[in-house]
Each structure stands twice: as C-alpha cells, then as structure tokens.
Design a binder for this molecule. Structure first.
Ligand code: AMP
Ligand code: MG
Length: 528
C-alpha cells in the first residue's frame, strides 16, 4: 500500500517578509513587520457543518483525504498541519473615508499555503479561530450567522464567475460567542463558527497604506516586491531589483482588475456593504464578506449595512466611485516607490475608462446585444430608469428579457415582465415608459442577427439563482436550530446559478413581503 504523505503547508509569506519578533499573543501596535505569530484557539467540541468538496480535492485537503475528524480539527485550528506557521497579517486602512491606523487580521489566522495540482499557491486562512495581536478590543471570534453567510456567498460568487476568495469549510466551534447584534445594549450568546477561506493572497490596499502612513518605505518596498514577484510575475520577468516601471505597471493592473471586479458586482447586483480600503484585495478579488447584500428591487441607493444607513457611502450605485476613491488611497501609498504623480493619475484615468467601457460591454451582454451601437448607452440608461419607476426584481427581469420573443412586436407589456414588479399596478405613465423602452429594445434586437441563440447567451450572464438576503437568513435560522437542510440546498443550487434546476423555483422567486423590513433580510448589522 502506498503511504500517504501528510499535506505539507508552505510558509512562503512568513519566510519572505519580516515578521514580528514578539511571539506572545497580546494586543499591540506592531511596527517593522508584515505579520505576527498567532496560534488558533483549541475547539474540542468543533463540528464540521459543510465543506466545498471540489475545492478540497483540488487542494488535496478534503475530509475524504484527511478523514473527517482530522479535517475538522485542522479547519477549526485545533491541529496544525506540518509546515504551518500560523500568523496574522499587519495592515491598516481607511474606514468610511477616514484613516483608521493599524487594523490587521483581528480574527483571521493564516495557516500557510498549499500547492494545487497546477502548482498554484493558495493561502489557507481561518476566520474566527481566536484573537491575534490585531484584535484590538474584540474577541477574534465569529458567529454562525456571519460565517454561514461568508461560506455561502464566496462560493456563490465563484460560481457566478466573479473573482473572489473561496471558502473550504464551515465548522461550528461548539462554543458560544456574545454579540450585541443591534447595538442596543442587549448582548446575546450565539453559536460560534469558523470558516476556512482560500485565496492566492489576502493582501489588501491597506497592507501598503500602513507602511506608507508610518513612513517605512523599506517595508513598503519589500511588500510591494514580494507581491509583484509572487502574484504578478509577468510584470517583472527579469531578475534583479524592481524599478519604477514595474510599480507603475503593477498599479495599472490593480486598477484594471478592480474595474473588472466592480463591473461583475454591478452585473449580478452585489452590494459589498463595507468597501473600506482594508477590504479591497490587491488581486481584485471580492474579500471580507460582512454586511453584504443582493439587490432584489433594483435600487442604486440601497445598502444592506445598518452602520452605513445614514450616509450610504457604500450603496450599490456608488460602488464604482468608491473603488476609485480607494485606488486613490492606494496610489498615495505607492507614491514613494514611483515618486511621480503622472503615471499614477494616468492609471486612475484608465480605471474610469476601463470601467465605463467594460460596464457597457457587460450591459450589452445582459441585453443579448452583440454588435456595438452608439445608441446602446442610452438604451441601457433608459432601462435602468424604468427599473427605478417601479420596484423591479433585477435578477428576474433580465431572465425574463432573455425569454422574450424579439420577432413579436408588443403592443402591451408581457405578463412575464410585470411579474418582476413588487407592485401590481404602478400606473399608466410608468407602464407607458416601460412599453416605450421595450419597443426600442425589440427594434434594436431586430437589427441584429436573429439567428444566434440570444436566449442562451443571456442566460449565460444573467443568473437565475443568487443568494437572496432572506434565503441566507432562512438557512441561518434553520442551521441555528440544528437543521442544515436549507444551507446544503443553497450550497448545491448556487453551484449552477445560470441553469434552471427542477424543483428549485422557490430559490428564484421574488422576495416575500414579510422579508421587506426583517433584520438579516433587508438590513444587516456589522456585528459578526
Ligand atoms: P471588517 O471591516 O469587518 O473586515 O473588520 C475591520 C477590522 O476589525 C479588521 O481588522 C478585523 O480583523 C477586525 N475585526 C472585526 N471583527 C473582529 C473580531 N470579532 N475580533 C477581532 N477583530 C475583529
Ligand atoms: Mg476586513
């Protein structure tokens, strides 16, 4: 019998970058280091709730390979795999527009990296496995409701084709965690949980900002060089010290990837909720799933985050501008490496143009248009205007548009479109404006080659199943009561978000009225 090699973790990040010499785990300001040692707590009562089998197999780390008990121990932090140097990263960030100083991994512990079958490195990170030097006044733990949401949504995003960190496992810690969910002085004990997140890197804009703010150009350069060599190798093919041009090309690439990420969010109706610079991945991934939400009625002003209800800084329609603001902060941080503003400004301009161009391309795709036409921009804007005249389910509407027969000139609004409204009769003027738009759209479709499979193309970019806010909440309520059925069903169905699945109509339905103002379904607390 062949002996099985134990999975071995690589300590590339900790080996390549300066670490904090202090090994004791207490809260502090950490200067002169990119990371600190941090051991996970022991959770002897941990229980595996679910995991991502395909990802586990790709990484060689599944319950089938490790055995379920060992898998649970490893991904609750109770057992370290050989080679692991558990650590928390040091970073800062702008929160809601203000510089917040040192933040860091307050409840994330990186275990090390694993190589997949293609030789690509993936960092494994436990979220909620205990405090670190960066935990400030908090406990380093996470509750089941937020962990379940992170687990489901990161995998849902992956299957939607949106760049994201992944989730390998969801483990109940077996311990209680106290949270004041509504910040109203009523703390409650909730079940704790731990998610294992997976990404090539968890570096954030805030990772570079901190060293710039502390005027540590040497550390900034070391971290930038590491990032470029490991994660953007094509930008620096030659050995030797990196030069200004390499940093310029890197920033431009970050701008481009961020633009593309935002276009994806706008395509699927995702609202991140807390786009602080510490929650912006340097790789252009969706990272840090907190009080995020999905548009049900299309509303550019909507944010799910109760903490942001007043200013709505992170509302759906403002996300592309906020990403640009965040890129400006990153540009400021990288300035010491480049010492010239023109190339940085040029990349920021490039973000704007690239976003606009990619957005229009994306919208054409959502409408099934293949040949660019100068009238497309106005056609898209007119549709978005219609969507705001009457509450309209964004996800269902684009599927319904795909099902329309473009040959048939319409004289009245098809029922399939009106069914996407949350209100029965929005009034004659509104219906008139919708019909005008529809006739314009059909005219435009007739000018295109009608023989191509428009419906198929539209179904490939307009999902049918998204993680509706109330569905996630129902899965949380049931899981908290010990029933994992809804969690597992969502996990399964969201693996194929573009494909209609038999018996799953209830996961592709409009939000029920009871969910309109219910906590967790329409508003989310940051307390997690
Ligand atoms: P967020 O915006 O939720 O990603 O978190 C902002 C900062 O707060 C990060 O540095 C987190 O690590 C930290 N943080 C959030 N929740 C906790 C917690 N329960 N314990 C320790 N640190 C936390
Ligand atoms: Mg964060």
């Amino acid at each position: 019998m062949p002996t099985q090699q134990p999975p071995f973790l690589l300590d590339d990040f900790t080996r390549s970058l300066p670490g904090d010499p202090e090994r004791r785990n207490y809260r502090r300001q950490v200067r002169g280091a990119c990371w600190s040692h941090a051991e996970p707590l022991q959770f002897p009562k941990a229980r595996l709730l679910t995991h991502t089998a395909v990802l586990g197999e790709q990484l060689g780390l599944s319950p089938a390979i490790l055995g379920e008990d060992r898998f649970t121990r490893v991904f609750s932090g109770s057992e370290l795999l050989p080679g692991s140097v558990p650590h928390a990263q040091c970073y800062g960030g702008h929160q809601f527009g203000s510089w917040a100083g040192q933040l860091g991994d307050g409840r994330a512990i990186n275990l090390g990296a694993v190589l997949d079958k293609e030789g690509q490195q993936h960092m494994l990170q436990l979220k909620g496995a205990g405090p670190t030097p960066y935990s400030r006044t908090a406990d380093g733990l996470a509750v089941l409701r937020s962990s379940l949401r992170e687990f489901l949504c990161s995998e849902a995003m992956h299957h939607l084709g949106v760049p994201t960190t992944r989730a390998l496992s969801l483990v109940a810690s077996g311990e209680e965690v106290v949270r004041d969910m509504f910040y109203d002085g009523n703390p409650q004990a909730e079940p704790g949980a731990i998610v294992c997140r997976v990404a090539p890197s968890f570096l954030r804009f805030g990772s570079y900002e901190l060293f710039a703010a502390r005027q540590q150009p040497g550390l900034l350069r070391q971290l930038a060089d590491y990032t470029i060599r490991r994660h953007f190798p094509l930008l620096a093919p030659n050995p030797g010290p990196l030069e200004r041009e390499n940093y310029v090309a890197w920033f431009r690439t970050v701008c481009e990837r961020t633009a593309e990420l935002l276009v994806h969010w706008m395509r699927v109706g995702f609202v991140h909720g807390v786009m602080n610079t510490d929650n912006m991945s340097i790789l252009g991934l969706t990272i840090d799933y907190g009080p995020y939400g999905w548009l049900e009625p299309y509303d550019p002003l909507w944010t799910p985050n109760t903490t942001d209800a007043e200013g709505r800084r992170y509302r759906f329609g403002q996300q592309p501008q906020v990403a640009l603001w965040n890129l400006v902060q990153l540009a400021n941080a990288l300035y010491p490496l480049i010492e010239e503003t023109a190339p940085l400004e040029d990349s920021l301009d490039h973000y704007r143009h690239h976003y606009e161009q990619q957005w229009l391309q994306m919208m054409r795709g959502k409408l099934g248009l293949q040949q660019p036409d100068p009238r497309d921009s106005a056609l898209c804007e007119a549709l978005l205007e219609c969507l705001q005249l009457v509450e309209t389910d964004m996800t269902l509407l684009f599927r319904a548009l795909g099902d329309l027969d473009s040959e048939l000139a319409v004289e009245q609004l098809p029922a399939a479109l009106c069914d996407c409204w949350y209100q029965r009769q929005p009034g004659e003027a509104v219906e008139r404006q919708w019909l005008d738009w529809l006739q314009r759209y059909q005219q435009r479709l007739r000018e295109e080659d009608a023989t191509t499979d428009r419906r198929g193309r539209m179904r490939a970019v307009n999902p049918l199943y998204v993680l509706r806010n109330y569905l996630a909440q129902q899965a949380i309520d049931d899981a908290s009561a010990g029933d994992l059925g809804k969690l597992l069903e969502l996990q399964q169905v969201l693996q194929h978000p573009y494909t209609e699945q038999t018996g799953k109509q209830h996961l592709a339905a409009k939000r029920p009225e009871w969910a309109r103002h219910k906590a967790g379904c329409s508003m989310l607390s940051c307390s997690s």
